[in-house]
Write a protein that binds this ligand. Structure first.
Ligand SMILES: Cc1cc2nc3c(=O)[nH]c(=O)nc-3n(C[C@H](O)[C@H](O)[C@H](O)COP(=O)(O)O)c2cc1C
Length: 201
């Protein structure tokens, strides 16, 4: 069994989403000690923005003339590691109402027609069925249903659409939101609640 652990926060040791994603991975390792963990830190090891050349190689085997190009190799590895994973745990901060651009660059490498979805006769069909996705999301503000900013939430709603589109139905959300509200006074409790939820995975 393979677990792909991705972090995307730029805040290093003070990152909330990293803390919660690490708790989730620790719990999944505890439950299954033989699980193989592949880690990807998109802040320290970012994938470049998708460009036309990288697009032309998506899902294809690199030929010898380009097989030494680090950005193409990293893009191919991102897709292969994702396809091989049974469980994907992602630490996701909210930055400017959405996800970090580093994580978007990764998504641009794994949403590949013919690999993780296809255009079937009745529309898009997911090909990445059977995986489990755990999203450790962190936000400074409050965007829950009924809150004044609910319609501004393009972080979790976007990721749910991405993984649903490619056929993944088993999506668990570990949410730490409101981390900056009340001057950050509730941060410790909010993180502890999210870690508690991680320990029940
Ligand atoms: C560049 C940047 C943009 C942010 N934008 C938002 C935002 O739009 N809404 C929000 O609620 N919090 C926002 N925050 C607060 C983060 O969501 C919060 O600090 C959260 O803990 C980030 O996750 P991390 O600690 O794992 O990096 C922003 C923080 C940064 C650094």
């Amino acid at each position: 069994m393979k677990l792909l652990h991705i972090d995307s926060s730029i805040l290093g040791d003070s990152s909330a989403s990293r803390q919660v994603s690490a708790a989730a991975v620790a719990q999944l390792q505890k439950k299954n000690p033989s699980i193989e963990v592949i880690s990807l830190d998109l802040a320290s090891d970012p994938l470049p923005h998708l460009d036309v050349e990288a697009l032309s190689w998506l899902g294809k085997e690199l030929t010898p003339d380009v097989s030494g190009r680090p950005e193409l190799v990293a893009g191919a590895k991102a897709l292969n590691d994702f396809k091989a994973a049974d469980i994907v745990v992602i630490g996701v901060p909210m930055y400017n109402l959405s996800i970090p651009s580093q994580l978007k660059s990764w998504i641009d490498r794994i949403m590949v027609a013919g690999q993780t979805f296809r255009y079937g006769p009745s529309g898009i069909e997911g090909l990445a069925k059977g995986k489990t996705v755990v999203l450790a999301v962190a936000r400074g503000g409050l965007y829950g249903e009924g809150s004044p900013a609910a319609s501004f939430e393009h972080q979790l709603s976007y990721l749910k659409s991405v993984f649903t589109m490619i056929g993944i139905t088993d999506i668990t959300v570990l949410e730490a939101e409101g981390l900056a509200t009340n001057g950050g006074a509730d941060r410790a409790r909010i993180l502890s609640d999210a870690e508690q939820k991680a320990s029940a995975l």
